[in-house]
Design a protein around this ligand. Structure first.
Ligand SMILES: Cc1cc2nc3c(=O)[nH]c(=O)nc-3n(C[C@H](O)[C@H](O)[C@H](O)COP(=O)(O)OP(=O)(O)OC[C@H]3O[C@@H](n4cnc5c(N)ncnc54)[C@H](O)[C@@H]3O)c2cc1C
Length: 497
């Protein structure tokens, strides 16, 4: 039986980054991916000339000196075709037909919004300064036990919603400041300040799209792993973890092929990971119960539009459109509710072209809305499902027409995806966009450490700590540190202490 130092379940961003870090440290690694394509949520798909992303639109903090820049330098991802979003407004938030712009740079961010909210200038400056401090202290996460006021440990136990109430007195401005967080599931009773502040801060620092799509990131990581002697296998679904005592001895995949490994890292959802353990005793039942009952964030309905040539000018910002008063209300499942919020994303066109070839419209969808088709497979979900998708797509396009009035006439082809599509193509739990929901009232229970009760089994990916490209990349280091020790990695990353 072939033996590796580390087997990694799943080739999402987290799995590949762990593979890259450990291969760089000289470990023999093997990444097993169940799908034909690597990348999990960062997969892309092509229709004609158009490349569509599944779960990636923009990243923040990629400018020199910012944290993602440091991480991506380590992963050799800086020379990909990154495309900076408009610094005067990387995001446009539209409430009841009026636009508000979120600008890059903390000072400009406050100044720009103060033009619409002059009476809140001081509060905006305080808000921006607070977020900046949270971001500046991000490297403290690499020093476990650090109790700094701006550290993850402190801010995971504070409410994002309460922070906004305390910091900003104008209710509309609070909505605008929350407007770029639609995919995050803004829940007043749960969302930790750390998640809200860290992600929003990274976008205020600088915001970037990737011309060509998120798959460029995962292909580059896989290339790096292979170059350093590692293995990345696709069509390799892990079916069992064979344990002896309190350790995984071997990993079984597909029809029973087995590989031995000293360590196993899982980038799959923690509940799925535990279901792979063959010996119930290997993970305490209290731990299993806890993980299995943790709620997940809502999913996304995405309308992928292939546009007629030269019809829709490319917008170098992300547009958010809201028809309701409170963006902190979408976390509630409201049966048959109409679509009243949308994110508009434009894939950067080739250099020199000024019109968008394709765009995506995203809106939140709860699992309950698609659960009646959960036992079906892609292409065989039935007429009622097709009608549901058509209606939702129409609502999304009508909402987007607020920004692009002639949109309907500019569409060449429409493709849609629901949380079921995400579940079946990216392997996310019930199609949840960001995985396990973090809860500031239960921070210790919902922010998971990489270590499991099984001695040599570790977790990684967006379900643990912070979601998104930034969060997953940080967590990959926490996971690998369980095997290599943190000091070593920190030195290579050049995180100042
Ligand atoms: C609609 C949407 C939009 C988003 N937009 C952004 C954005 O603009 N910016 C941003 O930073 N983030 C965004 N995100 C979030 C970001 O995509 C994720 O946080 C990140 O890609 C998650 O990576 P991961 O490694 O944790 O997991 P995943 O990408 O979920 O990867 C897990 C992998 O494990 C594999 N797997 C599972 N079980 C098995 C098994 N038994 N055997 C083998 N393989 C298995 C899966 O097939 C999958 O490839 C978005 C997400 C969604 C859904």
């Amino acid at each position: 039986m072939k033996q590796y130092d580390v087997i990694i379940i799943g080739s999402g961003l987290g799995g590949l980054e762990c593979g890259y870090i450990l291969a760089r440290k000289g470990y023999s690694v093997c990444v097993l991916e169940q799908n034909r394509q690597i990348g999990g949520c960062l997969q892309t798909f092509r229709r004609g000339d158009a490349v569509f992303d599944t779960g990636f639109h923009y990243v923040g903090g990629l400018d020199e000196g910012q944290f993602l820049h440091r991480l991506f330098r380590y992963f050799d991802l800086l020379d990909l075709p990154w495309h900076r979003l408009d610094e005067r407004g990387f995001a446009e938030i539209i409430f009841h037909g009026k636009s508000y712009f979120l600008a890059s740079g903390h000072r400009r961010f406050a100044d720009t919004l103060a033009e619409s909210f002059p009476h809140q200038r001081g509060r905006l400056e305080n808000y921006a300064a607070f977020l900046k401090q949270v971001g500046d202290n991000i490297s403290h996460s690499f020093q476990p036990g650090d109790k700094h006021a701006f550290s993850a440990e402190s801010l995971f136990s504070r409410s994002a919603w309460l922070f906004l109430q305390e910091t900003v007195s104008d209710p509309l401005l609070r909505q605008v400041l929350s407007g770029a967080s639609l995919t995050m599931e803004l829940c007043p009773e749960k969302l930790p300040l750390y998640v809200f502040a860290q992600i929003n801060n990274s976008f205020i620092q600088s915001a970037w799209r990737l011309r060509g799509g998120g798959a460029l990131i995962t292909e580059r990581l896989a290339e790096g792993i292979r170059r350093m002697g590692g293995t990345v296998l696709t069509d390799a679904k892990v079916t069992r973890l064979l344990t002896k005592g309190n350790a995984v001895q071997a990993v079984a995949y597909n029809r029973g092929e087995q590989l031995r490994s000293r360590y196993v890292i899982s980038d799959a959802h923690p509940a799925h990971t535990l279901s792979l353990l063959d010996e119930q005793a290997a993970a305490r039942s209290a731990y299993r119960n806890r993980i299995n009952h943790l709620p997940n964030t809502y999913g996304m309905f995405t309308v992928h539009l292939q546009l007629k040539r030269n019809t829709v000018p490319y917008l170098n910002r992300t547009v958010y459109i809201y028809k309701e008063e409170d963006v902190w209300n979408y976390y509630r499942y409201r049966p048959q509710a109409k679509t009243t919020a949308a994110l508009l994303h434009f894939q950067p066109p080739p250099p020199g072209e000024t019109c968008a070839g394709n765009m995506d419209i995203l809106t939140p969808v709860h699992w309950e809305e698609v659960v009646s088709w959960c036992d079906t497979t892609v292409g065989h979900r039935g007429e009622a499902y097709n009608r549901f998708k058509e209606q939702k797509a129409e609502e999304c396009i009508a909402l987007a027409a607020e920004k692009i009035p002639a949109l309907k006439q500019c569409i060449e082809k429409i493709y849609t995806s629901t949380p079921l599509t995400y579940r079946d193509y990216t392997g996310t739990w019930n199609g949840s966009a960001y995985g396990i929901q973090k809860d500031y009232t239960h921070a210790m229970l919902t922010v998971l450490p990489p270590q499991t009760p099984v001695a040599n089994l570790f977790l990684t990916g967006q379900n643990l700590n912070l979601h998104g490209v930034l969060g997953v990349s940080i967590t990959a280091f926490f996971t690998c540190a369980k095997i290599t020790g943190m000091e070593n990695l920190v030195k290579e990353l050049k995180v100042e202490s």
